[in-house]
Write a protein that binds this ligand. Structure first.
Ligand code: ADP
Ligand code: MG
Length: 543
């Protein structure tokens, strides 16, 4: 027999689409608060969200006449016609969240608009709203959700337990807070404060509040660029050095103010960061893309976290440009944390180009160059610095040509057959990185030209080592870049090499000409700064 589902059951099934877990309830409630123009949002989660979820905001509140309707399906104040779907600028628009939540939990809403003499409270139990009653609170809305999924034991079984669900809420609030630095967020888990941002609009400060204070000196705001395509504008703030993580969890992507997840855009960020941070590390970064509202489809999924961009290639390119430009322009090493955090250090460290006018004082441990500049004393890792210089010369500084030096007589390089085969399959990439070689019998290569940067450093020995390394590792995504990294790494002066004053001065000068002088090609820092300020403080000269 075919029957219509009882409305309460149908509502619960539909609610599953929107309300998958406690974090989805938090997301809908917080997004409503953001849509309501809140400047401060407080979130309390107890028992992993199953006992209580409470979101209080200071937004515009709900008019008492709208209160009962707010919990009805497809009731929204944000969309009135079909056309509006093409230019959504609020986070919510479906009018599904409140009825869906009310279908799987008990809801209590206390709300007050600026023109009401007092607040109103409405309780929704079993999906049915009771008549509103007078209540007290200032302008804004408090939504309290009790007994989530209490009637759905099967759903409860799929949850990850208190700490797992709490983790999802923390990730959510972290990302929403970074997307709205002008809103102060306070998240408490079982009464304990987990995240608190000030809402003063300073994105870097919000990132430090969310990810930890020690990253503060490794954050660089993205400079706006007139040259960017008019369809995609990229803003935000980029981390490097200490502001990196072993997972991609530190990346927050926003499209038109909405927190999104996108494999394509994440990949663009990974690519742009390659060689700037250590292998296996990922940046803490916030990237904010602004595109014309008609260019983005947020209607893909009820949970609204995946976006589809009309001009994904343009977005990809804009992200890469913004990251490269920002990190190339940021040419100073951060103030060191050796002597504790230095509040003034980061601005001193970002002076135009810190390598200009450095005076070499000496070499320490046959590993570090000690130099003095206007900001203080620099310790430069000679291997990292040399590697960056060589990498840029071999890679042709990203766009340009790699300078080659023809050999007077072609030289034969004998290799194990397996290694020679790697070279034979990638003659173009080798030529791109400056090595003009051709197959010469089974296990040998004939070299006709080598990268000019390597002429003084046994280029064929470097080539043999690099090819051996390539034969032993997974094929790289970008052969030319990988070759440049390997050549640079195998030919850079090592820790332990004694350098003359002239060699050190010349290295610092070349480093000053590198596009990205603050990191070696593996992303390790090339230098640290002991600022005058830090030195004075350590010696008790500051009061
Ligand atoms: P949507 O956000 O898609 O419009 P919801 O079910 O989330 O749908 O909310 C329904 C309506 O209730 C909203 O359109 C809004 O008018 C009102 N509302 C919900 N939460 C709040 C809040 N915190 N402050 C002010 N209005 C709210
Ligand atoms: Mg909503």
């Amino acid at each position: 027999m075919i029957r219509h589902l009882p409305p309460a059951v149908a509502a619960r099934i539909a609610a599953g689409e929107v309300v998958e877990r406690p974090a989805s309830v938090v997301k809908e409630l917080v997004e409503n608060a953001i849509d309501a123009g809140a400047t401060r949002i407080t979130i309390d989660v107890e028992g992993g969200g199953l006992t209580l979820i409470r979101v209080a905001d200071d937004g515009h509140g709900i008019d008492p006449s709208d209160l009962p309707i707010a919990f009805e399906r497809h009731a929204t104040s944000k969309l009135t016609s079909d056309d509006d779907l093409d230019r959504i600028d609020t986070l919510g628009f479906r009018g599904e969240a409140l009825p869906s939540i009310a279908a799987v939990a008990d809801v209590e809403c206390v709300t007050r608009t600026a023109v009401q003499p007092h607040a109103w409270m409405v309780k929704v139990q079993g999906g049915a709203a009771a008549a509103p009653e007078p209540a007290t609170r200032t302008t804004g809305t408090t939504m309290s959700i009790h007994g989530l999924f209490a009637e759905l034991p099967a759903r409860r079984k799929f949850l990850r337990g208190r700490s797992g669900e709490n983790g999802q809420v923390v990730t959510l609030i972290a990302n929403l807070a970074l997307g709205s630095p002008l809103i102060s967020f306070c998240l408490r888990l079982d009464g304990r404060r987990s995240i608190e941002t000030s809402g003063d609009g300073d994105l870097a400060a919000a990132m430090a509040a969310v990810h930890g204070r020690k990253i503060a000196e490794y954050l660089v705001p993205i400079e706006p660029d007139e040259g960017d395509s008019d369809r995609v504008e990229v803003g935000g703030c980029l981390g490097w050095g200490e502001a990196t993580l072993p997972t991609r969890a530190g990346l927050t992507l926003l499209v038109n103010g909405r927190w999104v997840q996108s494999r394509a855009l994440t990949f663009a960020v990974d690519e742009a960061y390659r060689t700037l941070i250590q292998v296996g590390r990922y940046p803490i970064a916030v990237l904010h893309l602004q595109v014309p509202p008609g260019d983005v489809d947020v209607n893909v999924h009820p949970r609204k976290s995946e976006v589809r961009l009309l001009h994904e290639r343009a977005a990809f390119a804009a992200i890469q440009r913004a990251i490269r430009r920002t990190l190339a322009g940021f040419s100073g090493p951060p103030a060191t944390s050796l002597l504790g955090p230095d509040k003034r250090g980061s601005t001193e460290g970002t002076a135009e180009s810190w390598t200009v006018g450095l005076r070499v004082l000496g070499q320490a441990g046959a590993t570090y160059i000690i130099a003095e500049g206007s900001a203080g004393i620099y310790l430069v890792d000679q291997h990292a610095a040399h590697e960056r210089v060589l990498f840029e010369r071999i890679h042709g500084s990203w766009e340009g040509q790699t300078e080659r030096q023809a050999l007077l007589e072609p030289a034969v390089l004998d290799l194990p057959p397996r290694v020679a085969a790697v070279a034979r399959d990638h003659l173009d990439a080798l030529a791109g990185a400056g090595f003009e070689v051709e197959p010469f019998g089974e296990g040998a290569l004939l070299a006709r030209a080598v990268p000019a940067a390597l002429t003084e450093r046994d280029p064929l020995g470097v080539l043999a080592q690099a090819l051996q390394a390539l034969a032993d590792e997974a094929p790289p995504a970008d052969w030319r870049e990988r070759l440049a990294i390997l050549f640079a790494c195998h030919s850079a002066s090592r820790a332990g090499d004694q350098l003359t004053f002239e060699e050190m001065a010349s290295l610092l000068e070349q480093l000053g000409e590198a596009d990205l002088c603050q990191a070696c090609s593996h992303g390790r820092p090339t230098a640290i700064l002991l600022s005058h300020h830090q030195l004075a403080r350590e010696f008790g000269r500051l009061y």
